[in-house]
Design a protein around this ligand. Structure first.
Ligand code: GDP
Ligand code: ZN
Length: 299
């Protein structure tokens, strides 16, 4: 009789995946050859045990969403599945890179993943300058995305973040040094314990090179952590998708004169016209043009 059951992939270490069964127990499993998709963190899978601590993955269940990164041989590798929202973290230092921020937003828009901007290290900004924060560089984003202002260090604003994470599968993205791991430590106390148990008891610590993990939040919901800077890249994004990823362009695109308008100086472009009339942000539009140039050229 088949022992197949449902589980969830909560970590990935090289050739093994940690699968959590419905009772919350972890086993190490590998996918069978007939398993059509490579599993990734956040996946729901059908699996069967081989002994008390090991199992094999028979099937990756259909995914709601998928984030990928470019692999070594140019193909796309899955990084995290079933993510509901990506929180793009930025901070006063290191200096924020809005081109990177837009890139995350574009990818998520096209993958039907919600996004939110998290401005961390608020403690570094004197009280009297805080009101200016949302009137400067971040102003164009205010009508497009929720923005949370907070500090992992002082705890200010963390309640709003906890509320935003509740009952959802979330992930942080952002450049190195903005405070992603500090936020994770605050949100998930004792985060290393369970995975630590797995590696200590069975695999002599070689699990330190894990690529991604899923943590359960005490308030409900999950947080996926991907070490290092998570590079979604723009691989797989074509020019129409790039334009679609700029939310404020979406309602204008149907009004461009040509269906294949690239919104880059094309005649009769409704996006350009809105920029010229000051109806959409020039800085966002400039970044769109930069990303358009960066897109892998399709010949
Ligand atoms: P990550 O690379 O995005 O994971 O960033 P880290 O969490 O490693 O944080 C980078 C540095 O910023 C560390 O020295 C943290 O102590 C510091 N940091 C994180 N959050 C805050 C904050 O809210 N305020 C201040 N002042 N520093 C912070
Ligand atoms: Zn156009």
């Amino acid at each position: 009789m088949s022992q197949a059951r449902r589980g969830r992939v909560v970590a990935h270490f090289g050739r093994e995946w940690a699968v959590e069964d419905e009772g919350g127990r972890l086993v190490l499993a590998y996918p069978l050859a007939k398993c059509r998709e490579l599993p990734c963190v956040g996946d729901w899978v059908q699996w069967e045990p081989t002994d008390a601590e090991h199992g094999r993955i028979l099937e990756v269940l259909p995914r709601k969403t998928l984030l990928t990164r470019p692999g070594r041989s140019g193909n796309l590798r899955p990084v995290a599945a079933n993510v509901d929202q990506v929180l793009v973290v930025l901070a006063p230092e290191p200096a924020y890179d809005l081109l990177l921020v837009d890139q995350y937003l574009v990818v998520c828009e096209n993958r039907k993943i919600d996004t939110c901007l998290v401005f961390n290290k608020l403690d570094l900004i004197p009280e009297e300058h805080r009101s200016m924060l949302l009137e400067g560089d971040l102003a164009p984003y205010r009508s497009l995305y929720p923005i949370l202002l907070l500090s992992a260090k002082t705890g200010e604003g963390m309640e709003a973040l906890r509320a935003a994470l509740k009952s959802k599968v979330s992930m942080f993205a952002g450049q190195s040094g903005v405070g992603k791991s500090s936020l994770l430590k605050t949100l998930v106390p004792n985060q290393t314990i369970r995975i630590g148990e797995l590696s200590a008891s069975r695999h002599r610590g070689r699990h330190t090179t894990t690529s991604a993990r899923l943590f359960h939040l005490p308030e409900g919901g999950d947080l996926i952590d991907t070490p290092g800077v998570m590079i979604f890249g723009l691989a797989g994004i074509d020019p129409p998708q790039l334009a679609f990823g700029y939310r404020e362009f979406q309602r204008l695109i149907p009004h461009c004169r040509f269906a294949d308008c690239r919104h880059a100086g094309d005649a009769g472009c409704a996006v350009r016209e809105a920029v010229e009339k000051g109806k959409i942000s020039t800085s966002r539009y400039q970044r769109y043009l930069k990303l358009l140039e960066k897109l892998p050229q399709i010949s």
